[in-house]
Ligand binder design. Structure first.
Ligand SMILES: Nc1ncnc2c1ncn2[C@@H]1O[C@H](COP(=O)(O)OP(=O)(O)OP(=O)(O)O)[C@@H](O)[C@H]1O
Length: 333
């Protein structure tokens, strides 16, 4: 029989193991902004951090973003604030003042606010409650929409939000089942988000119907298996990205000209396609404001084989690429 602190012990062990294996993820004395929605994952995260706070001498702040989406969003924010107070953790809140009409715009606003609150509380780390279950959902979701390795393995242990602030996801080895059990053991009142049950959102359908179906009929260990795929892909991506990055070292690169927005066509063409794509993305990301997508990269790479020198590739923001022998150059219209 499981003891009534089984999951608490298990999750503390898992968290410590992750921090030991990746010491740079969250060092001792780190100032952490914990992003708490009020759901089971992020409340579990906040409680675990409160429990481990003295061991690592972390400075903690709980941050909540009120999207003003649901009739109970204010009560949700107050619930999180009350818990923060009970646990002796400072609390920070941002409330949306403009209407956020899509999930994407809500996410964008949320990350903007998290960075803002991290600056205000002088936190170098924003910590979220993404779990192994989220990792599986993200991989399957992006796979169905069509994606390269980067999209499939996009939920990584960390990524930078600004040069000074890192986003860290310490629960990527924990399942949603475990965060629920942890909250129950610790008698944490979770705020149930009614929209999580709405099957009009494709992500909810994936979580509530597709993944359980795959677990029943294909692999009961689906979460472990896909989390492993994610880890393998992440290591490959890290390697390929660093190889591509070598081509952006000033005065050494034979492909990139640091003095102008241009790449050497022939030298780029000599690289394997996997590197060409990554070099093109890193290059375009330096100069384009919008997030570079697959079509942008393919349009750009088409210029490698363009017969007609006057051929050009247009991008958003009145920018286009053209062949100007021996370069491919980015220009404003
Ligand atoms: N309203 C909120 N306020 C603060 N933090 C939040 C809020 N909503 C989500 N988060 C943080 O983000 C984590 C992931 O939440 P969720 O899976 O609902 O969002 P998502 O939009 O899928 O996330 P992402 O875009 O980061 O992948 C939560 O565990 C929590 O740490």
């Amino acid at each position: 029989m499981k003891s009534n602190s089984h999951f608490t012990k298990l999750l503390r062990i898992k968290l410590n193991a992750v921090l030991k294996a990746q010491p740079s993820l969250l060092p001792e004395n780190a100032a952490c902004l914990i992003a708490v929605s009020g759901g089971q994952d992020s409340l579990c995260l906040a409680k675990l951090f409160q429990m481990q706070r003295s061991k690592f001498n972390w400075g903690l702040t709980i941050a909540h973003c009120d999207h003003q989406w649901r009739y109970d969003s204010r009560a949700n924010a107050e619930h999180v604030e009350k818990i923060a107070k009970e646990w002796g953790i400072s609390f920070c809140l941002r409330t949306a003042t403009r209407s956020l009409t899509s999930e994407a715009s809500a996410r964008e606003w949320r990350y903007e606010m998290l960075v803002d609150m991290a600056k205000e509380s002088q936190s170098a780390y924003v910590v979220t409650g993404h779990t192994r279950s989220d990792r599986v959902e993200t991989l399957l979701y992006n796979l169905m929409r069509g994606s390269g390795a980067n999209g499939l393995a996009s939920l990584t242990w960390q990524r930078s939000l600004t040069p000074e602030i890192n986003l860290v996801r310490p629960l990527l080895q924990v399942s949603r089942h475990e965060t629920a059990a942890f909250c129950q053991e610790n008698k944490i009142v979770v705020w149930e988000d009614s929209t999580n049950q709405n099957l009009d959102y494709r992500r909810n359908r994936l979580r509530l119907e597709t993944i359980p179906y795959l677990q029943t009929h294909f692999n009961p260990q689906l979460e472990n298996a896909i989390a492993q795929t994610s880890e393998l892909l992440s290591a490959d991506i890290l390697y390929l990205e660093s190889q591509a990055q070598h081509f952006f070292v000033e005065n050494i690169s034979v492909i990139w000209d640091a003095t102008a927005p241009r790449l050497h066509r022939q030298h780029l063409q000599q690289q394997p396609l996997a590197l060409q794509r990554r070099i093109a993305r890193q290059f375009l990301s330096r100069y384009l404001i919008h997030q570079v997508n697959f079509e942008d990269i393919e349009r750009f790479l088409n210029l490698l084989t363009a017969q007609n020198r006057s051929q050009s590739a247009p991008f958003k923001g009145q920018i286009f690429a053209l062949v100007d022998h021996p370069w491919i150059v980015l220009q404003h219209k």
